[in-house]
Design a binder for this molecule. Structure first.
Ligand code: ADP
Length: 260
């Protein structure tokens, strides 16, 4: 459903030019949860912004459901790291969640119903009438996730979605993502610099090199489900995968000596 071919991007020109994406080729099938992992500053957000139509890449193509992306596609939702800037403080939680549904032409009753359903799914049914600033950081990020779910996108992009919350909340939100994904068929592309997170959450882990970003690994995660924070993380396959991804992120060779 998502086809990225030879995607390149350079910021600036001349001596100050920075080559962020060095030719990315990636295919994502419907229903996959793909984690993109790579060192900080390697170009992960640049890749995500190109897919979301928020940035016009210097070269290459992004095709979503058969249509080349030139502006933000209608059937796409994005969850950003910075929840405090992605929710409107003067709107109730329910209104924040239902707002994008106007774009789908839904009536007020339908929008409210969808918002309450999504809030229920993320465990925030009781907070519908509150304002975002009355909630903790983790709860605000749940609201952002609920907003994306209510919209029922065919592709959900998540850019370091759990990067601004404490460790316990981070684990809760990882599990929420897995739960939501098991209830709704959805294709998810999740960007993270956290190697353990990429293996814990992903069906597939795509590893980017340092800038200009290129794909140095594309690994299928073969862990028994349902995953849980304790037993999955001590599973031998988890331990093996995190070491392999860690080597690739650091630009090291795999034990077999091949760059995987
Ligand atoms: P990541 O998400 O992997 O941390 P980014 O995609 O945000 O990386 O950035 C990749 C590189 O491009 C970084 O070196 C960053 O400084 C640079 N960069 C990002 N956005 C801009 C911009 N708007 N103008 C110039 N350089 C940028």
């Amino acid at each position: 459903m998502l086809e990225i071919s030879n995607l390149t991007h350079t910021y600036g020109r001349g001596a100050s030019a920075h080559n962020a994406l060095g030719g990315i080729d990636l295919s994502v099938a419907e229903g996959e949860l793909v984690c993109i992992v790579g060192p900080s500053g390697c170009g992960k957000s640049t890749l995500l912004r190109s897919i979301a139509g928020l940035l016009r890449p210097s070269g290459g193509r992004v095709v979503l459901n058969g249509t080349p992306v030139s502006r933000t596609p209608d059937d796409l939702a994005v969850v950003f790291q910075d929840y405090s800037r992605s929710l409107f403080p003067w709107m109730s939680v329910a209104d924040n969640v239902s707002l994008p549904l106007r774009r789908k032409g839904q009536g007020k009753r339908q929008r409210t119903h969808a918002a309450l359903e999504a809030l229920e799914l993320v465990g925030l049914a009781g907070a519908a009438g509150k304002y975002p600033w009355e909630l903790s950081g983790g709860m605000q990020q749940r609201v952002s996730i609920a907003r994306a779910l209510a919209y029922r996108p065919s592709l959900l992009l998540m850019d370091e979605p759990f990067g601004s919350v404490d460790a316990q909340t981070r684990e809760d939100l990882e599990d929420l993502t897995l739960r939501v994904r098991s209830l709704h068929t959805m294709t998810i592309l999740l960007i993270t610099h956290d190697i353990d997170e990429s293996v814990y959450v992903g069906d597939r882990v795509v590893v980017l090199s340092k800038a200009p970003a290129g794909i140095v690994g594309d690994l299928r995660v073969d862990l028994p489900g349902p995953r849980d924070q304790i037993s999955t993380r001590e599973h031998p396959e988890f331990v093996r995968m995190r070491a392999e991804v860690g080597r690739l992120v650091r630009g090291m060779r795999t034990p077999q000596g091949s760059p995987s």
